[in-house]
Design a protein around this ligand. Structure first.
Ligand SMILES: *Cc1c(COP(=O)(O)O)cnc(C)c1O
Length: 384
């Protein structure tokens, strides 16, 4: 059976994005970790992970154990997997047995890991997450020292693999001072670790925005989410980067496209209402197309009377209320549209493009949120 819409991922564009990120990182050997939480920002873990591997990625960050499980099974080349957030109590054994690393932001988690590692005889791959100012998760100085002692006492069970923290909004210059403070705090924490006699651990701090704006946060590894998918973390970072270099086009390329097709074409006479209720009245004789996507497919209800899609290379507006399974668009004046014709919701058709940002603006959402709300059930495939 066919789904009513599908998502395409462009391999060529993903390669370009990694090439751009590698160029930014320069010659120094900074490892790229591909952040694939939130179903790979809506791109789909199962399809995105092997695609990223084919582009040379060998490290993935996820939020939780269920995502780690999906990456583990989707991957083809035994990449490193690192859990940055939640691990359910009954999952820690699986995590350790499968050599999956994880952020340790509390002594309890370290103890749980130690117990599980003793049980399985496989060392836990610990990344100590330190508090630098985000105030969400992270060990403070005394907890860090305690954690280091526990690791030192259990070298066969606990492997000190990484030291990390997360920045509190590097995509906005308003947070400049806070980020700088975090960077210094991280340095101090790093010294504590080295003074305790540890070396050869991986230090990582930067997300996409930080790796562009704050070169001194790149350290040994960067955790890249939004940029690999072809989006700037904020308009500010885009303007700062491209404006400063007088670039006309963004070096980042959108990987995702979302397409559906026309389900029905219909004439509507002047004065008739279109769809449920009275939100849209035909002010002239109109021709409309019905698309088989609605809010249950991730086409937001807030796009009612606002959204735009591309048909036959033209940009056409949504008219009336977005339904659970259907949306109506105005195709008056465009000849020859018939059921089955391709409709682009996000992506390029002919000369025109609907970007995720513009799709988002019609509905007032952030790229990040919008992408992750693309339903998992929409089939996804790779295009070259
Ligand atoms: C989401 C996340 C990232 C990646 O952020 P982007 O802005 O998408 O690059 C990095 N680190 C942590 C801890 C995260 O939660």
């Amino acid at each position: 059976m066919n789904a009513t819409s599908h998502i395409e991922l462009s391999k060529k564009n993903l390669q370009k994005n990694y090439a751009f990120i590698r160029k930014l990182l320069g010659k120094k050997s900074v490892r790229i970790s591909s952040v694939v939480k939130g179903n790979a920002y809506g791109h789909g873990i199962e399809i995105f992970v092997p695609l990223a591997e084919a582009c040379g990625i060998d490290h993935f960050c996820v939020f939780s154990d269920d995502e780690a499980y999906r990456v583990y099974h989707a991957a083809k080349k035994h990449p490193d997997i690192l859990i940055m957030g939640d691990i359910a109590a009954n999952a820690i054994d699986w995590v350790i047995q499968h050599h999956i690393g994880f952020f340790c932001f509390s002594i309890e988690r370290l103890q749980d890991a130690l117990n599980a590692a003793k049980k399985s005889g496989i060392p836990a791959r610990v990344h100590l997450e330190v508090e630098t100012g985000l105030n969400r998760t992270g060990l403070n100085e005394s907890e860090l020292k305690k954690a280091l002692m526990i690791i030192e006492e259990n070298p066969e069970h606990l492997k000190m693999e990484g030291l990390c923290s997360h920045l509190a909004g590097a995509e906005s210059i308003a947070n400049y001072l806070r980020i700088k403070k975090q960077r210094s705090k991280f340095k101090r924490m790093d010294e504590i670790v080295r003074k305790a006699g540890f070396d050869n651990y991986c230090r990582h701090l930067a997300c996409s925005a930080a790796l562009v704006r704050y070169a001194d946060t790149r350290l040994d590894m960067v955790r890249v989410g939004i940029m690999q998918y072809g989006f700037w973390p904020s308009p500010e970072i885009f303007i700062e980067y491209c404006g400063g270099r007088a670039l006309r086009t963004s070096p980042l390329k959108r990987v995702i496209s979302w397409k559906t097709r026309v389900m029905n074409v219909k004439q509507v006479q002047t004065g008739e209402y279109i769809g449920y209720g009275t939100s849209y009245i035909a002010h002239q004789d109109m021709c409309i197309a019905v698309l088989p996507v609605g809010y249950s497919h991730g086409f937001f209800r807030s796009l009612s009377n606002k959204g735009r899609v591309l048909i036959k290379g033209e940009r056409v507006p949504v008219v009336g209320i977005v339904n659970m399974n259907g949306t109506t668009v105005d195709i008056s004046g465009i000849n020859g549209i018939k059921p089955g014709d391709e409709v682009v919701i996000i992506g390029i058709q002919g000369e025109l493009e609907i970007t995720v940002a513009s799709f988002g603006e019609y509905s007032n959402q952030l790229n990040y949120e919008l992408l992750t709300r693309l339903p998992e059930h929409i089939p996804r495939h790779v295009v070259e």
